[in-house]
Design a protein around this ligand. Structure first.
Ligand code: ADP
Ligand code: ZN
Ligand code: ZN
Length: 817
């Protein structure tokens, strides 16, 4: 024994940030078993009221708090899930976007919070002993069913941890009995998404590896598989193994249960389709790459705008930049829009960087995300391709962050924390002394303005690959078309001719209409009543395939009415055009054409999107109809015609970004045409042929659009000139929403100096998901001031004891709707 004092240096308490909508850190005491293990950045399970929550440890210490503390229940990470850099980034986000820190940190760790899907039960040591005795006992007690259920449960759990839902299927009254067992200390549960069980995944998704030899006698198939794996070290795809070993799949599962083999879900990235070979860079690509590469070598923060026209080969520049970062021993992160992470993209990266690539996508299973996240966290994967929340991927020694299609709306999170992934990426790069590259053919006004002001360095790819021409674009004035044909047609004569030619020549067509459904709304011819959502103040959209009226805001649906609910008239009119109807009319116009549709109604599972696109790429379809989904990044050389059925959708929305969005959508859609050796054409149907967004898109002239739009923003003091925050007050009762928004109005009257206050006024959608909504907009040139005022507003709401969800604050909103 040493003479050291017996007082242990181990911390007695930890401060935990919890995913609750308050700006509070909660202190818990650390039981002996946890004292030496808990580190800052680890997740812990703690009691909170009657619930158990997962939080992040921000500090461990010995300062006994005034009030009594409860014990932390369990440590969920041996290694911190969040590094101090990431916690710091979380603090920045929490301050900048006025979001509670706990909710922000939860959004940053894919392994916690939102993954809390099911409760998983495990045996405690004493539960294990009891279960062993049960196995020995020959006669189960059947006199009453409670102990019987209990022993069944214990036996099942003795094999492995199981989810509550699974147990509920197997054992009657499982939930009640489990609770009793938990009280007795025989089982414990965890309210976290257990990784999806590899034992239940399909064979294509599994890889198996030899783990241990056994003396025990095994069935033939298992014996053979085990022998094969021992002789062939490394991980093997289970499906592929079936060619060499009979019954490989069931045998692998059985062996895994006996812990004789290691069975894992295949990393997501290796499931990809066949790749294409890297290209030698052309001179513009080379120049852009050289500049990025020099910045990487300098080891200093630097941000670039890579502005390259559609088809200029931005991806190839990214790939080379990532390679350069890896050569310098640094990691790289590529962010792509929500639907940009297709297997085709994945394949390209996997081909280039092999097992060093990890993919994070919101559509993946929790377990897949968790698995990829761990590969990044451990340093096994140093290249990450991810959608928005991947900006938090724990990449080691991050040297490069690329944000592809930086203008894309999906980078902005629409609930707390309402961060913009692109802007967080830049902040993260700055703090990590990394290089940020924002790429787009149609940069957002903010980004381009930042480049203008010298915050970002602008790099240009002014030409398409191999000097291919940009497509030729023609505007078709649908008002004129109507005057000449006297028909309210969906397709103009020019468009019909152009499609006919493509069908004859074996080239392909894409048709864009950025609106789902069949008809936009149904109205009564007698009284003018429109069919409305019961939860929202919006009209319902008619979806023909489902024969239902659907709310695009809350997914409420009802049967198609036979008569007007108000006046009983049977004369109902279906008004407005959606992508579903475009498809139907195309079938009528081109009965022999093979047509596919890509929109949120045809894409429900995560594979549908790629299946439809792959089918189109392989020319199983002649025409692809769709919403903005078809405008994103696709590179399909045989597409020589892009038709915009109506360029006017979205133009009239009461949102200061309406023009920008229209320009981006049309330019991106146009950019899908003529990417192969045959030049492409684009036909834009519109009733606003003189609108600058449409004119500039037709000319594919970003410069002209920017020049015009930036003046509008300057004169109206909209971003990038004024910093903007959108406040929405929500309540189930109109009076509450109204009185609270009025209270906010009084708080900001007279407006604080240097701040413009608009509203309160009913929101653009005054009733949404059964809540009444009022809106206020703050504009100011001073970020600091904006942040202070928002702080005051939040304190006010807290002092007034508003429900935390009653006030939504959106800093840098991308939409005011
Ligand atoms: P962007 O994202 O700029 O619209 P992509 O990165 O999709 O363009 O590239 C367009 C096409 O050009 C892709 O098929 C790509 O493989 C090809 N490509 C890129 N760079 C080169 C090059 N240097 N030489 C030949 N083809 C290239
Ligand atoms: Zn009516
Ligand atoms: Zn609704």
């Amino acid at each position: 024994m040493s003479a050291a004092p017996s007082i242990s240096a181990a911390p007695l308490f930890c401060d935990v940030s919890l995913p609750v909508p308050v700006d509070h850190v909660f202190t818990y005491s650390l039981p002996l078993t946890l004292r030496h293990r808990v580190q800052v950045g680890c997740r812990v399970l703690v009691p909170f009221g009657s619930r158990q929550l997962t939080g992040v440890v921000l500090r461990t210490h010995g300062d006994r708090p005034a009030a009594s503390t409860r014990d932390a229940l369990r440590l969920l990470d041996e290694e911190p899930a969040l590094s101090s850099d990431m916690i710091q980034l979380g603090q920045w986000i929490s301050t900048y976007y006025c979001a509670p820190l706990g909710e922000t940190l939860r959004a940053m760790t894919p392994l916690s919070g939102d993954l809390r899907r099911g409760r998983v039960y495990t045996l405690t040591p004493s539960g294990r002993d009891t279960a062993r005795q049960l196995h020995l006992a020959v006669t189960p007690n059947s006199s009453n069913d409670e102990p019987d259920a209990a022993s069944q449960l214990l036996r099942l759990l003795d094999a492995r941890p199981l989810s509550a839902s699974y147990l509920a299927q197997k054992v009657p009254k499982a939930a009640t009995v489990l609770r009793a067992l938990e009280k007795k200390g025989l089982v414990e549960s965890e309210d976290t998404a257990a990784d999806r069980d590899p034992l239940r995944a399909s064979a294509e998704r599994l890889r198996v590896e030899f783990a241990a030899r056994t003396e025990a006698k095994l069935p033939k198939a298992e014996r053979e598989l085990l022998a094969y794996l021992e002789l062939h070290p490394g991980a093997h795809n289970v499906k592929a193994l079936e060619a060499s070993v009979a019954k490989a799949s069931p045998a692998a599962r059985a062996l895994a249960r006996k812990s004789l083999v290691k069975l894992e879900l295949e990393p997501v990235s290796s499931l990809a389709a066949p790749p294409r070979a890297p290209h030698a860079l052309n001179s513009h690509q080379q120049a852009a790459f050289d500049t990025i590469s020099a910045a990487l070598t300098s080891g200093q923060y630097c941000a670039f705008l890579l502005e390259g026209v559609t088809g200029s080969g931005k991806t190839e520049v990214y790939l080379n930049a990532i390679e350069a970062a890896l050569m310098l021993g640094r990691g790289a992160l590529l962010l792509v829009p929500e639907i940009g992470l297709t297997p085709a993209v994945a394949a390209q990266f996997h081909h280039r960087f092999g097992p060093r690539v990890a993919m994070l996508h919101s559509a993946f299973h929790d377990s897949e995300r968790a698995q990829e996240w761990r590969r990044i966290h451990s340093g096994e994967a140093s290249v990450v391709v991810a959608t928005r929340s991947g900006v938090f991927a724990p990449v080691h020694n991050l040297g490069l962050i690329i944000v592809d299609e930086e203008h894309d709306q999906s980078y902005k999170q629409q609930d707390t924390p309402r961060y913009h992934g692109r802007d967080v990426a830049v902040v993260r790069a700055r703090d990590a002394r990394a290089v940020a590259v924002l790429g787009s053919a149609t940069p957002s006004l903010e980004t381009r303005y930042n480049a203008e002001r010298g915050k970002y360095t602008r790099l240009e790819l002014p030409e398409r690959i191999e000097s291919r021409p940009l497509p030729r674009v023609a505007l078709i004035d649908m008002r004129q078309e109507f005057l000449e044909t006297r028909k309210q047609a969906t397709f103009s004569r020019v468009l019909i001719d152009a499609v006919t030619e493509r069908l004859a020549s074996g080239e392909q067509t894409m048709l864009l209409l950025n609106r789902r459904g069949f008809s936009s709304f149904v109205t009564c011819r007698s009284c003018g009543e429109r069919v409305q959502c019961t939860n929202c103040s919006v009209t319902l959209t008619y979806h023909r395939r489902d024969r239902r009226m659907l709310c695009h805001y809350c997914s409420y649906s009802e049967r198609v009415p036979e008569k007007c609910a108000k006046c009983g008239s049977e004369y109902l009119q279906f008004v407005g055009l959606g992508s579903e109807r475009v498809e139907e009319e195309l079938h009528a116009a081109f009965p022999r054409a093979r047509i596919a549709r890509l929109d949120r109604d045809t894409v429900s599972g995560k594979h549908d999107y790629e299946t439809i696109l792959a089918g189109f790429r392989e020319h199983n379809f002649d025409i692809l109809v769709g919403t903005q989904m078809i405008a994103k990044g696709h590179d399909i050389p045989n597409v020589t015609l892009v038709g915009i059925v109506s360029a006017d959708v979205g133009l009239g929305l009461p949102d200061f970004r309406a023009a920008e969005r229209t320009f981006q959508l049309l330019t991106q859609a146009a950019g899908r045409a003529g990417r192969g050796s045959t030049p492409g054409i684009v036909l834009i149907q519109t009733i606003n042929p003189d609108h600058y967004a449409i004119r500039c898109a037709a000319a594919q002239d970003y410069e002209a659009f920017y020049a015009k739009e930036i003046e509008f923003r300057r004169s109206m003091f909209y971003p990038p000139f004024g910093a903007l925050a959108n406040l929405v007050v929500r309540a189930t009762h109109d009076e509450d929403a109204l009185s609270r928004s009025a209270a906010l109005g009084r708080l900001l009257n007279p407006p604080p100096e240097g701040v413009k206050v608009l509203g309160p006024a009913p929101a653009a959608v005054p009733r949404l998901k059964n809540e009444y909504r009022y809106q206020m907009l703050l504009k100011t040139s001073s970020r600091k001031r904006l942040n202070e005022i928002l702080g005051e507003i939040r304190r006010f709401a807290a002092a007034e004891k508003w429900n935390p969800t009653a006030l939504a604050i959106d800093v840098d909103p991308i939409t005011l709707l």
